[in-house]
Design a protein around this ligand. Structure first.
Ligand code: ASP
Ligand code: MG
Length: 477
């Protein structure tokens, strides 16, 4: 069995859905299970619908609902051509009617908003599965849409729910296995699940990757394939580094390190379910199905330089808590991170030097003022006692992440990183390397990020011409 997840661009139009059906047909003897995202742009549109609902912008709501309805109905009409499929038409129309009803509900109290948002955005995947199942049936497959709320159970943390693996594994097998054994292709909603109270939860943006690997583990699939609109995982973003190479393979750990730092390769948790059972994951291009893509697996020969990938995360801010009186004071770090948690701000990186005179938290720029405000008010007493001098914010930062399992135990990698960066005349504001030694992360001004990535790409022999491993050369597994 192979789990195949198709992202938003892969199901953006009727044409793209026919391509999905073509791919599923190519592998129909391997018991494909299909997971789909919402049509490209639909999740963002649903988030906008939620914003319109919150401020009671009725004409905005009307406008968005009309566009969503036209788009999905026209894809259906295109897929069906001259044919009629009344049950599917009825299903789509009733989903659109339910969406309209939910969108017209009154705005709720702030504490209930994440739940209402999840309910709205869940329609993206609920609508897309119905359409993709039609595309598969039109291509001759036996296929049916499955709503993952029936078997993907979560803890109810709206917006970024955690999976209850025990319940999910059991329910997934008993729901999907019989249909697969009868030769059917289940088309499952990515991104959504249900909370213990029965409400719908989502797995954070890009969550369909996670759904795919959760199903892969539950159904003990041979492999999980993530079909996207890129060829696979590259040594760097090719828009920054034109000589970036496609990687034939990377390790689970490297993929996790890259995603957890916010580079939009995979959902940060997608590796979790597949790593222990050792289920290989492949990132492939829907529009180039003949290419093998990138394999993600347990162990992969490290590149000569030890470094596999260089990424940059933009739009970060540094929030520093500083004070000469902080030295030797216990509990400050816990207080600082506790305040970040209360303010619901996610910390991307954090560091404290041995002088103990500052604690730096790196967060998304959109959160920096919220975080600084929370720290200033929460640390008021410490500030009044002159133990803490100030909470300082520096916006316009970027993190450069150098990833590679081959770095572990190897001498001179950090030296090479920083001499390359220095050679590019880029100033480094903060550095983190965890004991895993799988990545070195450092902070620079946003304007210097691209120069730093390019300099590192050359310094670690990652440029296309400088390594004999050709694109896809060892990529024929
Ligand atoms: N539709 C959701 C999103 O856009 C989930 C996904 O695409 O994986 O974030
Ligand atoms: Mg999407």
């Amino acid at each position: 069995m192979i789990i195949m997840k198709f992202g938003g661009t892969s199901v953006a139009t009727a044409q793209a859905m026919r391509q999905v059906a073509h791919i599923v047909n190519l592998y129909c003897d391997r018991q494909p299970v299909v997971v789909v995202s919402a049509l490209a742009g639909v999740t963002d549109t649903l988030v906008a619908l939620f914003a319109a609902q919150r401020v009671k912008n009725h004409s905005g709501i009307d406008d968005i609902l009309r566009k969503l309805s036209e788009r999905h109905l026209s894809v259906l009409a295109d897929l069906l051509g001259e044919e009629q499929d009344s049950p599917t038409q009825t299903k789509l129309v009733s989903l659109l009617a339910e969406l309209e009803r939910v969108a017209r509900l009154s705005p709720v109290a702030e504490s209930d908003q994440p739940r209402q948002l999840d309910q709205l955005v869940s329609f993206g995947e609920r609508l897309s599965t119905v359409l993709v199942a039609v595309a598969l049936r039109q291509a001759g497959r036996r296929a049916r849409d499955f709503d993952a709320r029936g078997f993907l159970f979560t803890d109810g943390q709206h917006g970024a729910a955690n999976i209850n693996f025990i319940m999910t594994n059991l329910a997934t097998t008993s729901t999907l296995q019989p249909y697969i054994e009868e030769g059917g292709v289940p088309v499952v909603t990515g991104f959504i699940g249900s909370a213990p109270d029965g409400s719908v939860t989502t797995l954070d943006r890009g969550g369909s990757d996670y759904t795919a690997t959760v199903l892969g583990a539950a159904l003990q699939a041979e492999e999980v394939w993530l079909w996207k609109e890129e060829d696979g995982i590259m040594t760097a973003d090719p828009r920054i580094v034109p000589k970036a190479r496609l990687l034939a393979a990377i390790t689970y750990r490297e993929a996790a390190e890259m995603s957890s730092h916010g580079a939009k390769v995979l959902h940060p948790l997608a590796i979790v379910p597949v790593r222990r059972p050792g289920i290989p994951v492949r990132v492939r291009n829907t529009f180039k199905p003949e290419a093998a893509g990138t394999l993600i697996t347990e162990s992969v020969e490290p590149p000569r330089s030890g470094v596999r990938v260089i990424t940059a995360i933009r739009d970060l801010s540094l929030v520093a808590v500083e004070g000469l009186g902080m030295t030797g004071l216990t509990g400050v770090a816990a207080e600082v991170t506790g305040l970040a948690k209360q303010a619901r701000v996610n910390i991307v990186m954090s560091m404290q030097a041995a002088s103990e005179q500052n604690i730096c938290l790196i967060c998304r720029s959109k959160d920096s003022e919220i975080l600084a405000g929370a720290l200033r008010s929460g640390l008021r007493e410490r500030m009044a006692a002159r133990l803490i001098d100030q909470v300082r914010v520096e916006d316009n930062m970027a993190a450069i992440v150098v990833v590679g399992e081959g770095m572990r135990g190897r001498k001179g990698v950090a030296g090479r990183v920083f001499s390359a960066v220095c050679g590019a005349e880029v100033n480094v504001s903060a550095i983190v390397q965890g004991p895993s030694e799988c990545n070195i992360t450092f902070l620079v001004q946003k304007e210097s990020a691209e120069d730093a990535v390019r300099a590192l790409h050359v310094a670690f022999d990652l440029d296309m011409s400088s390594e004999s491993v050709a694109i896809g050369g060892s990529n024929d597994q």
